[in-house]
Write a protein of this length. Sequence first.
Lengths: 226, 187
Amino acid sequence: MLLVLLSVVLISWFFVAAARRGKLVPGKMQFLGEMSYNFVRNSVGKDIIGERDYRPFVPLLFALFFFILVNNLFGSIPLIQLPTTSHVGTAYALAGIVYVTWIVLGIQKHGIGYFKLAVVPSGVPKAILPLVVLIEIISTFLVRPVTHSLRLFATMLAGHLIIMLAAAGSEFLLTQDQLLLKPLGILTLAGGVGMYLFEILIQVLQAYVFTLLTAIYIQGSLAEEH
Amino acid sequence: MNETVILAAAEGVNPLVPNIWEILVTLLGFAVLMFIVVKYVVPAFEKTYAERAEAIEGGIAKAEAAQAEASAALDEYKQQLMDARTEANRIREEARAEGAQILADLKEKAAAEAARISEQAQVQIAAERQTAVISLRSEVGILATELAGKIVGESLNDDARAARVVDRFLADLETAAPASQSAGAAN
């Protein structure tokens, strides 16, 4: 749990330091900060939510992306070696924030009619409408936050488990007396290193996916049509 | 023995049931991060972007202004050049006209001078002719008298023809005298 605070301190320190100077011609640190900020601002916010409305959501998307990114990457840092997001509570909390955000936004934008807009798709025949509405209610308001949180949590936990398993397995196999098991231990060690590198990719990717889905949900709440 | 530990762990902790403290810490940490991002990070970046955009647009505007100024100066110079050209043309035209005028004046003056000279010459010629006529007349008279004297002297006893010659001569002299006298008076 200290890791959460550490991540907050790290992110705040880096970006405040990078943004504070605000030179027109950026230095190395400012450039890196701007590049990261730009990535979330333009590639996620502007492209998904749209030129008109994206501005107020940039802070949320930005904070989400880097909070999750750093907390994921803790899983690949030696000695820490544990992604905070592999605790399900963290994932629930973040997905909950997003869940509340897009529902509140939808109600703000469309009033209470938002729920009708969200679950009743246009152009569906009357006969199957009840079924469609039921599916929409389940998929939008029940399944969406669950998948949103569990996707992050599960991939992080699974990655963590695989690496730990590979490490423990290698240790076990290499310390066996039987000579035949040692090469197998080397094999699992190599596989573990491969998984470690792969895990870094997954950690970055999951942070991106989580933020991207957040942007999509927000865009869905702001949209006029279902 | 290992198996029992794993089983016990699996039974004791369901990974999908959250620890309430995890949620609280995450919410708190995220709230702090959100606060810092909203308060410091995003405004600073956006301010930098705005300044940069302004600097670039300002530079472009400045360049456009400079270009407009340059093109205005160019137009002005062109205008001045054209004015100077038309002025020069005008002056040249004037000079040409003036030259033609001077030439015409001079021609006229020369013609007048020539006319004056020729008239003077004619008058002089007439006067000289008159004097020549006068002097000739007296000399002719003398010569004629002399000739007549000689003719008379030599063939005085000729016939009536000689008498007729003398008569005619005298008559001619008498008709010519008043005309030459009046011409001499006019001069």
